[in-house]
Ligand binder design. Structure first.
Ligand code: ADP
Ligand code: MG
Length: 251
């Protein structure tokens, strides 16, 4: 296993000796991962290798049976009330947008800030319009999700996450469900976030994005981190046979 090449003294995310099982099936094995503030990480690997499970552990959508996870000083494995604290710090964007279909775009964006940040409606709407403007769809604010294209819906999902002022953003194959012509608008939004210094972990097979944006690319197979490194090294000189096979299939 490649040693963790980025074990900064005070990482914003630290996973140590993480192991997780679904019943008898071990989905994550001996995961050690440290992420520093502002770092941009791309995670790739074959389907079923545990990528989604790994990032879902970071906002406690999944629990682990063994090992430690600390996010911005919050110890997740300690359980209980830490879950709310960490959800406030970590935004997540899914493959299937997951917008609330019965709420307008604006309401999708204001719901969580009003409920869990205690914002007034006026304040939440102001914040929401700021981020909808940033993802370049303020004019869609009063429409419903079904009236938007997939690319627009995914940009709303990103804006909605940003309204909670997260310190970390997790992306789980955010462009995989999109028609090809909409991939770029979502990647451009993500590039903008990266340029602003957001700490990001992105599960994606968009290797162009990985090359130009990632500080580090992590390759997973069968529940393990098999190889990781800066994109030039990762793509230019992949060391592990499984990495080479994978890159051979997708590039
Ligand atoms: P990836 O995102 O890399 O495709 P996942 O993390 O989604 O991989 O899944 C890893 C493995 O765990 C797969 O074999 C999948 O079938 C299994 N798995 C995922 N979620 C569950 C679950 N809730 N219960 C049982 N097995 C699961
Ligand atoms: Mg997945």
């Amino acid at each position: 296993m490649t040693p963790d090449s980025n074990s900064a003294a005070d990482p914003i995310i630290r996973m140590q000796g993480v192991n997780k099982w679904y019943g008898e099936f071990q989905v994550l094995t001996d995961i050690d991962l440290s992420v520093r503030t502002g770092e941009r990480i791309v995670i790739c690997g074959p389907s079923g290798s545990g990528k989604s499970t790994l990032i879902r552990c970071i906002n406690r959508l999944e629990t682990v049976q063994k090992g430690q996870i600390t996010v911005d000083g919050i110890e997740l494995t300690a359980g209980g009330k830490n879950v709310d604290a960490v959800r406030a710090e970590v935004g997540m964007v899914f493959q299937q947008f997951n917008l609330f279909p019965h709420l307008t775009i604006l309401q999708n964006c204001t719901l969580a800030p009003m409920r869990s940040r205690g914002m007034s409606r006026a304040e939440a709407e102001e914040v929401a319009m700021k981020y909808l403007t940033r993802v370049r769809i303020p004019e869609q604010a009063h429409k419903y999700p079904s009236q938007l294209s997939g690319g627009q819906q995914q940009r709303v999902a990103i804006a909605r996450a940003l309204c909670m002022a997260p310190r970390i953003m997790l992306f789980d194959e955010p462009t995989s469900a999109l028609d090809p012509e909409m991939v770029k608008e979502v990647l451009d939004t993500m590039i903008g976030l990266a340029e602003d210094g957001m700490t990001m972990l992105c599960v994606t097979h968009e290797m162009g994005f990985a090359r130009s944006v990632a500080d580090r690319v992590i390759f997973m197979a069968e529940g393990r981190i098999v190889e990781q490194g800066p994109p030039a090294e990762f793509f230019g000189n992949p060391k592990h046979e499984k990495t080479r096979q994978f890159l051979g299939q997708i590039l």
